[in-house]
Design a protein around this ligand. Structure first.
Ligand code: GAR
Length: 180
């Protein structure tokens, strides 16, 4: 039983929903902290959604739905320390860079790709990692590398990285859940 937390367009959530059968897991709950396209996508698939910023309420709902693993899929909020500790090794995040490079506070979405290009990196990618109280600081589970092209813009690099994310994340989630 999987819960997905999202705040944005929800393409990562969509990839997770689309791959449920293939990797043998079930998205049982989607938590959103703002009105967003991710919620519409979950509604369309008939998945229960919770619109909340109340971490006690979120915690209760997760327990009530027998959630084994939480995936942060473009979820833009800092998670309180008590929640990270309670759900230790049960929250994973997908980050659009090769951590520990280009992570930490303020490094999300397009900011990451802009920073990668500004630094002149020859490769980028994505990282699936456990979530701890330190932003983007939890143990790394898996990474996927993509090349940075000479004529890349933040947009073109984001597209390449996001394709890699949508292959890596569902596969890793399937593996993690089959080992719990
Ligand atoms: C994804 O690319 C994800 O890696 C990134 O936000 C995007 C969400 O897109 N997450 C972060 O930057 C976290 N630090 P989506 O709303 O279409 O799934």
């Amino acid at each position: 039983m999987l819960a997905v937390f999202a705040s944005g367009t929800g393409t990562t959530l969509q990839a997770l929903m689309d791959n449920q059968e293939r990797y043998n897991y079930q998205v049982s709950l989607v938590v959103v902290n703002r009105a967003c396209q991710a919620k519409e996508r979950a509604d369309k698939e008939g998945i229960i959604t919770l619109f909340s910023k109340d971490w006690q309420e979120i915690d209760l709902q997760l327990t009530g739905h027998n959630i084994q693993l939480i995936v942060l899929a473009g979820f833009l909020a800092i998670i309180p320390q008590w929640f990270c500790e309670k759900w230790d090794k049960k929250i994973v995040n997908i980050h659009p860079s090769l951590l520990p490079k280009f992570g930490g506070k303020g490094m999300y979405g397009m900011h990451v790709h802009e920073a990668v290009l500004a630094a002149g990196e020859q490769q980028s990618g994505c990282t699936v990692h456990y979530v701890s109280a330190e932003v983007d600081g939890g143990a790394i589970i898996a990474q996927s590398i993509v090349p940075v092209m000479g004529d890349d813009t933040p947009d073109s690099l984001a597209q390449r990285v996001q394709l890699a994310e949508k292959i890596l994340l569902p596969q890793v989630i399937g593996e993690l859940l089959c080992n719990t």
